[in-house]
Design a protein. Structure first.
Length: 320
């Protein structure tokens, strides 16, 4: 019998940040080591039906980690007009099938929440491993669901303050209030240009199709989350210059439709899963800029889907 799990039920089954970051690290390593199968990403652009509808976009990611129980299909979409309807902009679900029989075993009706969570956890993993020593300021570009999760998770990562940037003053002010409610004592609102010019760590969480980050200071860490499909871009050419350290989750994906697509000729990419996490960070000098280009890979979805499914099954078994 297929187990259907609603979003409200799975909220208490999501692992804490430390375990999520470990799961994301393992997902990257399994992918880069060739211990996983990941299908090509499908991108679906949903055109507006009429002038009152904004339309949206969705992606389908699927795959599995070898010798585990399940293979996973994830559908995640963003529909900007949902806010006016009282709905989340994020929508979607995850389907878990048996690697042995192919049977559908579990449906996680997460409305895209697990994708948002694993994305924010991956950003925090990069911050914890690659941020400059004594990083004092965190800049978050965007005020959506992922941006809020990054702010909530990163409050314990040792920053002195957070800088909020948005095209909308109202959205920035609401985000600032949210950040304060999550424990950020020092919150400021600045333009994209001001924030990125002075922040030690910059996390980009927008669906922009034009560069928002004109430049960053020497030694900064940039975690780019928004360019997860063709045509999206958040970083300007002065950021992706020839001397940066460019880390990617999937070389194939990032070079096809991530920020790495816009890199100058000759700039190499290194997959996160190829990095030796226990060693020294890949910062050649204190002035080295590191860019983490995260398009999201299916092994991340497999990791979080299986973790939530296992927690649900354990609770079900305990109730018998």
């Amino acid at each position: 019998m297929v187990r259907v799990v609603q979003q409200r039920e799975m909220m208490t089954k999501i692992p804490p940040l430390a375990k999520l970051m470990d799961a994301m690290r393992d997902a990257y390593e399994e992918f880069s080591a060739g211990n996983a199968y990941v299908a090509d990403v499908q991108h679906v652009h949903v055109e507006p039906r009429d002038e009152d509808c904004e339309g949206g976009h969705a992606c389908v990611k699927s795959g599995y980690i070898k010798n585990q129980k399940s293979w996973v299909v994830k559908v995640a979409g963003g529909f900007p007009g949902n806010a006016a309807l009282g709905l989340s902009n994020s929508q979607g679900c995850m389907l878990l099938f048996s690697q042995t029989t192919g049977e559908l075993e579990t449906i996680l009706l997460d409305n895209g929440h697990l994708t948002d969570v694993r994305t924010a956890a991956a950003a925090c993993l990069c911050i914890s491993k690659f941020a400059p020593a004594k990083a004092a300021s965190l800049s978050i570009l965007g005020t959506g669901v992922v941006a809020k999760l990054v702010a909530e998770y990163a409050v314990g990562l040792g920053f002195g303050g957070i800088i909020v940037s948005s095209r909308s003053t109202e959205s920035a002010e609401k985000f600032a209030a949210f950040a304060k409610s999550k424990g950020w004592a020092k919150v400021s609102i600045e333009s994209y240009e001001q924030a990125t010019a002075r922040a030690d760590v910059i996390v980009c969480c927008t669906p922009s199709t034009e560069p928002l980050v004109p430049s960053v200071k020497p030694g900064a860490l940039v975690v780019a989350l928004g360019a997860d499909g063709p045509g999206k871009r958040e970083l300007g050419p002065a950021v992706l210059r020839g001397d940066v350290k460019l880390l990617v989750d999937s070389r194939k994906q990032c070079e096809a439709f991530g920020e790495a697509f816009y890199r100058p000729e000759g700039l190499p990419t290194e997959e996160l899963g190829e990095h030796k996490w226990a060693g020294a960070p890949p910062r050649a000098t204190p002035d080295t800029v590191i860019v983490c280009d995260l398009t999201g890979i299916a092994t991340q979805d497999v990791a979080i889907a299986c973790a939530v499914r296992d927690a649900v099954v354990a609770e079900d078994d305990g109730a018998k």
